[in-house]
Design a protein around this ligand. Structure first.
Ligand SMILES: [Zn+2]
Length: 203
């Protein structure tokens, strides 16, 4: 299998990075989680699931099981993208809870727990979960979505201004002046376009 290109993590919020797992870097949409392998790869790159868990899950999966999980992740993403796009640009009202039932149902299945681990000379509490079923791989994604709706100011959740770009991000810059998914791609293209405009207006 060919290695997928590195996933895009520019959102400054993992819940939005998940939405950006489908993107249009050139002109065709590329879906990083179009199948089970893609999903495992995206989870590894995001750091949401430990590598040994992903390996064990891949080994234990029944044929087609991970592809079905990826399909589930894609519908979750589609649902959440609708929610975020509807509410971004203004602070999220508590009434939005009415539309988050899907997420709460998923969160209710989490088998997360805390345990005490050694940390150098000290002890600390670590949060982890039972990775029982393939579906448990969706739990860190659900957690990231929950974090987005509870800790992120939706007034600063934005879509990149690139004309064909579909990427979302949380604008954490001072003054909230961020306009682009990244300066290297859309920001740079906009700068070049502005430069061409200036040249044209001079002639
Ligand atoms: Zn962009």
């Amino acid at each position: 299998m060919t290695r997928p290109s590195p996933a895009i993590f520019v959102a400054d919020a993992p819940g939005l990075d998940f939405l950006n797992s489908i993107a249009t870097p050139v002109d065709e949409p590329v879906d990083a989680i179009h199948d089970g392998e893609g999903l495992l790869d995206w989870l590894a790159q995001s750091g949401m699931v430990p590598a040994d868990v992903l390996v064990a899950m891949r080994d234990a999966a029944m044929p087609g099981e991970l592809d079905r999980l990826a399909a589930q992740a894609r519908s979750l993403r589609e649902w959440f993208a609708g929610f975020v796009r509807k509410h971004m640009g203004e602070s999220l009202p508590a009434a939005a809870l009415d539309h988050l039932e899907t997420l709460n149902r998923l969160l209710a299945r989490d088998e997360a727990f805390e345990r005490i681990v050694a940390d150098g000379d000290a002890l600390r509490v670590e949060r982890t979960r039972r990775w029982g079923s393939p579906e448990s791989l969706l739990m860190p994604i659900a957690e990231a979505m929950a974090a987005l709706v509870t800790t992120e100011d939706f007034s600063h959740v934005k879509a990149c201004e690139g004309p064909t770009c579909t990427l979302l991000f949380a604008d954490h810059t001072r003054g909230h002046a961020r306009r682009w998914c990244s300066m290297a791609s859309c920001g740079n293209r906009a700068k070049q376009a502005a430069h061409r405009e200036r040249l044209k207006s001079r002639t």
